[in-house]
Design a protein around this ligand. Structure first.
Ligand SMILES: *[C@@H]1O[C@H](CO)[C@@H](O)[C@H](O)[C@H]1NC(C)=O
Length: 519
């Protein structure tokens, strides 16, 4: 891998709000000095040491190296070798098509919604790639809450470690084609529209898909009806895979769409179906007569919305009386999701934050805690026009303490754990574990006062100046990492961020989770 690739990535990540502090250890040092904490000195030393290491790596090989060739978990070399096999060239190309290796097949997909929803879609995309034997081209994350900035996948999740654990070949879109490069060629790809089958319309979320900034434009093609998953909700993942794997079936279906001019708009009540001209009644964005069918490109497959695929129900944006538990863990979580850890850098900063919060010098001295995600924000507007009462989070924390004690008293067998670690035993019982909370409410609010009275530690990104020092992506990445380190987790109903955090506590700590009663 040459440095040109990294230079290109540098530019993207700078545009995406990369921490400027890394290139300027002094700036962070000043910030640490300005903090009123008594622990300033030890933090300063630790922080500077980290920055020196990070800075060295940074100046050597550029930003991508931060995320992987540190060699942590011994994963870097295997990942690089995988990239050499999966990419035609060692540099991103002007066209996606010029970067596909002749003997490989690929799949990519489109995103929409907030970051947790984007991640759920990406888990499904990675799972499809695994099952179809196709290399996954990972579109970037998009932060809808700060101007739709993009961040490449490998600067959020640790791809080398993921590859080491799963052997699923996957690389960020930007390794194929540099977003925003002036000499990029315009390309079109036809995506199977899973979204039309689920919602009635294609995935036309221009910003979140992250395709257009790579000069890749999407056309759409209808898919046949698929059986639904449990709760009759999402498209059954096994049926979707069977279709995407079966070229004969796809070609037959293309003929059907051309003959019947699919997909057709619904016919309004009172309109005589015989009066409808199918050519004029096609849904927007579809053209089965003149369009290029997805089957024309055997090497690159595209699907427009993997969010709606699964073994179980994804969280609906509005209440449908579906509790969290039945849908949260499907094959995609087991085979893919649990293996996506944040980049090592985020883990290091989380250590730093937790040391400061608990006033300890070594990460090993961070006490065991129960993590709580209090999701407020726009949640008041749906879910019965009320937030989950704070007392219900308190009750859930107490329930977690009992469950944890129970688990320690009656440990699960290796078989029952299904690959999850055994819950750790500490020198204090779960009844004495601390509580660490994250919330999307601003510090100073009534909620913060109440959390403080409970003695819970709340991650305060204003006080830590997270956004200023590390960039806009960091508050949520750090919250996610810190929540995932709880021995137990209490989540908010309907929150996908809670769902993911709870799963991580189960799969990474062997812990337990409870969703606070929303009423
Ligand atoms: C592929 O689809 C064709 C046509 O629908 C069907 O006859 C065949 O059994 C399928 N093949 C497999 C392996 O499922």
């Amino acid at each position: 891998m040459s440095t040109a690739r990294y230079a290109a990535l540098d530019a993207i990540s700078a545009a995406a709000g990369r921490p400027s502090s890394h290139s300027s250890p002094l700036a962070l040092a000043r910030a640490y000095l300005a903090s009123s904490s008594r622990r300033t000195f030890c933090c300063l030393v630790a922080g500077l040491a980290l920055l020196l290491v990070v800075g060295l790596l940074h100046s050597h090989a550029g930003v991508a190296d931060l995320a992987w060739p540190q060699g942590r978990y011994g994963a870097a070399r295997a990942f690089r070798d995988m990239l050499r096999r999966q990419l035609r060239e060692q540099e991103p190309q002007k066209a996606l098509s010029r970067q596909l290796a002749d003997d490989k097949e690929y799949i990519t997909g489109m995103l929409f919604g907030g970051q947790s929803n984007q991640l759920l879609a990406l888990l499904n995309l990675l799972y499809l790639g695994k099952e179809l034997g196709r290399t996954v081209i990972l579109p970037p994350f998009t932060a809808m809450h700060f101007k739709g900035q993009h961040r490449p996948f490998h600067l959020v999740y640790d791809l080398p470690r993921f590859y080491a654990e799963t052997a699923i070949p996957a690389a960020p879109f930007s390794f194929f084609k540099t977003p925003g490069a002036p000499d990029n060629e315009k390309e079109h790809v036809t995506c199977w529209s899973l979204m039309e089958k689920y919602t009635g319309a294609v995935n036309n979320h221009q910003v979140e898909t992250g395709f257009n900034e790579h000069e890749v434009y999407t056309d759409f093609w209808a898919v046949p009806a698929f059986p639904r998953s449990t709760e009759n909700a999402v498209l059954d993942v096994d049926a979707v895979i069977a279709f995407l794997r079966n070229r004969t079936e796809q070609l037959d279906w293309i003929e059907t769409t051309r003959r019947d001019l699919l997909p057709q708009r619904g016919i309004a009540k009172g309109v005589d179906p015989a009066s409808v001209v199918p050519e004029e009644n096609l849904k927007p964005f579809f053209d089965p007569l003149h369009g290029v069918p997805p089957t024309d490109d055997e090497q690159l497959m595209c699907v427009d919305a993997t969010f709606y695929v699964g073994n179980s129900v994804p969280p609906p944006p509005y209440p449908q009386r579906v509790p969290l538990d039945p849908w949260r863990v499907g094959k995609a979580w087991k085979k893919v999701g649990q293996h996506l850890h944040w980049i090592p850098e985020v883990q290091d900063f989380a250590d730093d934050y937790l040391k400061r919060i608990f006033g300890v010098n070594r990460a090993a001295d961070i006490p065991p805690y129960i993590s709580v995600h209090v999701r407020r924000g726009d949640f008041k507007n749906f879910h019965g026009n009320t937030f989950t009462p704070l007392q219900n989070y308190v009750d859930a924390v107490n329930a977690i303490r009992i469950k944890l004690q129970n688990r320690l008293d009656h440990p699960l067998s290796a078989e029952e754990r299904e690959g999850k670690p055994a819950l750790r035993r500490f020198d204090i019982p779960p009844s004495q574990y601390r509580v660490v909370a994250t919330t999307d409410e601003e510090p100073g609010s009534e909620l913060w006062g109440e959390l403080d009275k409970l003695g819970w530690k709340v991650i305060n990104h204003v006080e830590f100046r997270t956004q200023e020092l590390l960039g806009e992506w960091y508050p949520s990445m750090l919250d996610g990492e810190i929540l995932s380190r709880g021995q137990g987790f209490v989540g908010t109903q309907w929150s996908t961020f809670s769902m993911l955090s709870g799963n991580r506590v189960e799969y990474w700590q062997g812990g337990v989770q409870v969703v606070a009663d929303p009423k």
